[in-house]
Design a protein around this ligand. Structure first.
Ligand code: SF4
Ligand code: SF4
Length: 169
């Protein structure tokens, strides 16, 4: 009886030891693989994540006006394998530790991450072109020279013409 009272007294002092969720915060490990997030500014639109996606959860759709593309990740199709994060060359796609995937059945086609990847305009002819993030350029060239930066702002066709002029063609 005395032991029981001791346990009871201790528990009354310490309060509940069970997880308070959903009425309070719960503990989420930092490395838990949760919902995928996309940083549209860092994305180069290379489609590598689509090619490696185990769940077929990623889709990119070009806009007809050429301004860029819509980037979708369906949370209820994602298997949280982490391959997209592993192979993304720019670090634009990452798994967060947000594990909350409960949603209404009526939301099953809209329960997704949606970002818009803007295309840059060629400095010379204004043609729209997929943007290479500066971080990726620095990864390849270190600190890019002025000449590389000039090429960076041109579309592939203007780059070709520039190279041909330099060669005297
Ligand atoms: S975590 Fe895996 S399944 Fe989910 S979007 Fe990335 S590659 Fe696809
Ligand atoms: S998120 Fe990464 S892998 Fe996917 S298209 Fe963008 S840059 Fe390429």
């Amino acid at each position: 009886m005395l032991t029981f009272l001791k346990v009871l007294w201790r528990n009354l002092l310490q309060g509940p030891s069970t997880d308070p969720f959903p009425f309070g915060e719960t503990h989420t490990p930092k490395r838990l693989r949760g919902k995928v997030r996309v940083d549209s500014k860092a994305c180069a639109g290379c489609s590598m994540c689509i090619n490696v996606c185990a769940g077929g959860a990623i889709r990119q759709v070009e806009r007809e006006d050429g301004s860029g593309k819509d980037f979708y990740v369906w949370h209820n199709t994602c298997t949280f394998c982490g391959l997209c994060e592993r192979f993304c060359p720019t670090g634009a796609i990452k798994l967060s530790n947000d594990w909350s995937t409960a949603h209404l059945n009526s939301e099953k086609f809209t329960f997704r991450e949606h970002e818009f990847i803007t295309y840059d305009k060629c400095e010379k002819c204004s043609t729209r072109m997929p943007r290479v993030p500066l971080a990726m350029l620095k990864k390849i060239y270190g600190e890019p020279t002025e000449d590389i930066m000039k090429l960076y702002r041109l579309c592939p066709e203007c780059r070709r013409q520039r190279a041909a002029r330099q060669l005297g063609a």
